[in-house]
Design a protein around this ligand. Structure first.
Ligand SMILES: [Zn+2]
Length: 609
């Protein structure tokens, strides 16, 4: 049986398509969401030429009978159930069918569907919104939608499509979103007759992410720890450890009530949660799921439902920031484990390791340890570095390690309590350490930055950073806008050890600076600080401002990359780092530590293939 029928309101559908169907990726999104709603356990997406020539989505979901199939192609089919009550309760992905007529109005469209128990299925063919064929079809249970030659009837829209590669990438990203949101569904993606990925049903989000992105990434993710306080919002998922970041947002995924969304509120919250754990211009890696009462979110802000509006944006933001912060700190114990000296360094080798740090290389057994460490300790130029840090810093004072009077007894006592094993220093910058899994490299500059940063932040929160009077107080003028900013933040600046106060219209007097700073020109220093902080902190809390301030000044002051350190200094540096709240990265988000496993070394040396 075949009949020709005109879809109602083709034009209206095309207009609606302009909002919902922007590009092949949006077709994929709508079709895959329909499949998910249909209870599919397996979804296959086939595209050709960036989806411009073909998008085919095949699922094994519940399928439709003929009436429903036809109804799904009518523009207002689902609008009828859009009462206020329905709307508030909508927790599913979308209104099934809402997008189908739009897609069918701008393409050559074929839908085949069959309910599992039905003898025959239905095939409907539509071209540019005109139903051309409706007949029995003998497909497998489920629904298959084929969209060919998108925008063939709207050349103006077609011109806005990007290159096939770009469209393909958009589709792939869209599928990553869907696959991440639904580990319980198997996905396959075929691009130009080649399998791009094939994801079996996954038992967990972690498993799905491993299948998508590999074990390398999974090992650097932390399960989200929920702050106990808020019952109004549930947050779960996985996020990248501090120091894990990307150049783009491809792996910054946030789902609200199961839907992948973009939200400035959440983007800002992620940034703030990561704060000093993120490199400038980088994006965090997150697979975050927020579950809220559906009435607390408006999903209908964007036609394609990509954006949401929260009823309590501040509350959501706070919950996300807290969750991220707690989660980042939670990885600490695992991280510290990497500094454990290997257990295999038992009684026999313990001794040798001890000798290695005692400055008498002559006593080393011939053929024993490589002479690197002993040699390193003994070089006088390296051993004596009293200017390691300013006296203001209690973390590594010259009295305890900075001076490195190489008294053997002291070294033994100092190292006795250590659970880690230092081997030496590479290029005056990287501390080499040995652990169970192989080699640990610590960037001593980044490590020192982190230690200084946390120390100063603690002081700032407690009693304020100690400051030192300038020999001559200096006055300077600022542009009105900057002046206003300084006035607003004077209290924070003073807590930071910067003695600044208003001195007439748009003018200020500065008479002290933090003791740890060595600044030859306080005025130009202040101008730089103000510039940096203004752009960094968009009016956020004084604490954030203070953190930015420290992060910006600390870097110049931390151990220079090629400052040679003595053994005790290095040892102190590592134990101080291990005590930090967020030891994994410097306050600018660069990692402090890298692990190179024995397996990697074996591979490089061809011991294992
Ligand atoms: Zn840094």
């Amino acid at each position: 049986m075949s009949r020709i029928r005109l879809l109602p309101e083709i034009l209206a559908s095309q207009v609606a398509a302009g909002e919902v169907v922007e590009r092949p990726a949006s077709v994929v999104k709508e079709l895959v969401e329909n499949s998910i709603d249909a209870g599919a356990r397996k979804i296959e997406v086939v595209i050709r030429r960036g989806g411009i020539s073909l998008v085919r989505v095949v699922d094994d979901g519940c399928g439709m009978d003929r009436d429903d199939a036809l109804l799904s192609l009518e523009r207002h089919a689902t609008s009828k159930i859009r009462t206020a009550a329905d709307l508030a309760a909508i927790a599913t992905l979308g209104f099934r069918g809402e997008a189908l007529p739009s897609i069918a109005s701008v393409s050559r469209f074929r839908l085949t569907t069959r309910e599992p128990e039905a003898i025959a299925g239905t095939e409907i063919i539509v071209a540019g919104g005109r139903i051309e064929t409706v007949r029995d079809g003998g497909e497998a249970p489920g629904t298959q939608v084929e969209v060919r030659s998108i925008f063939y009837n709207l050349p103006a829209r077609r011109k806005f499509l990007r290159s096939e590669n770009t469209e393909s990438r958009n589709i792939e990203h869209q599928l990553h979103l869907q696959a991440t949101g639904h580990p319980e569904i198997a996905f396959a993606f075929v691009r130009d007759d080649r399998i791009a990925f094939q994801l079996p049903v996954a038992a967990s989000l972690l498993e799905r992410i491993r299948d998508l992105h590999g074990t390398g990434l999974v090992e650097r993710l932390l399960p989200v720890e929920e702050p106990s306080a808020s019952a109004r919002i549930r947050i779960r998922g996985l996020i990248g450890q501090a120091g894990v970041s990307r150049h783009g947002r491809a792996q910054q995924l946030v789902f609200v009530n199961g839907r992948a969304i973009e939200s400035p509120v959440l983007t800002a919250a992620l940034r703030e949660g990561y704060h000093t754990a993120l490199m400038k211009g980088q994006f965090p890696v997150t697979f975050l799921f927020l579950d809220l009462d559906p009435s607390a979110v408006d999903v209908n802000v964007h036609p394609a439902k990509r954006e949401v509006r929260f009823r309590d944006p501040a509350g959501v933001r706070e919950a996300v920031v807290e969750t991220i912060r707690k989660t980042l700190e939670s990885g600490r114990r695992d991280w510290q484990q990497q500094f454990q000296r290997p257990v295999t360094l038992g009684a026999a080798t313990e001794n040798v390791a001890g000798i290695a740090i005692v400055p008498h290389p002559a006593e080393l057994e011939p053929g024993g340890l490589p002479d690197g460490p002993g040699d390193w300790v003994n070089r006088p130029s390296l051993a004596i570095r009293p200017q390691f840090v300013e006296p203001a810093l209690p973390s590594v004072g010259p009295g305890e390690g900075g001076g490195l009077a190489p008294a053997e007894g002291r070294i033994d006592i100092a190292s006795a309590g250590n659970q880690f094993q230092i081997i030496g220093i590479l290029n005056k910058l990287y501390v080499l350490m040995e652990n169970e899994s192989g080699l640990v490299l610590v960037d001593q500059h980044a490590a020192h930055e982190r230690i200084l940063f946390e120390e100063l932040r603690r002081r700032m929160e407690e009693q304020g950073v100690p400051s030192q009077r300038l020999l001559l107080a200096q006055t300077f003028e600022l542009a009105p806008r900057d002046a206003e900013w300084v006035e607003r933040n004077t209290a924070t600046l003073q807590k930071m050890g910067i003695g600044i106060e208003p001195f007439g219209q748009n003018a200020f007097k500065i008479d002290s600076l933090p003791t740890f700073l060595e600044v030859s020109d306080p005025v130009s220093f202040m101008r730089k600080v103000i510039d940096g902080l203004k752009s960094a902190s968009n009016g956020s809390s004084p604490l954030r401002l203070g953190e930015d301030m420290i992060a910006k000044t600390v870097c110049r002051h931390a151990v220079k990359a090629n400052d040679p350190l003595g053994y005790l200094e290095v040892e102190k540096l590592i134990s101080d780092l291990l005590e930090c709240d967020l030891p994994y990265c410097c306050p600018h988000g660069r990692p402090t530590m890298i692990q190179i496993s024995l397996a990697e070394l074996e591979k490089k040396f061809g011991r294992k293939v």
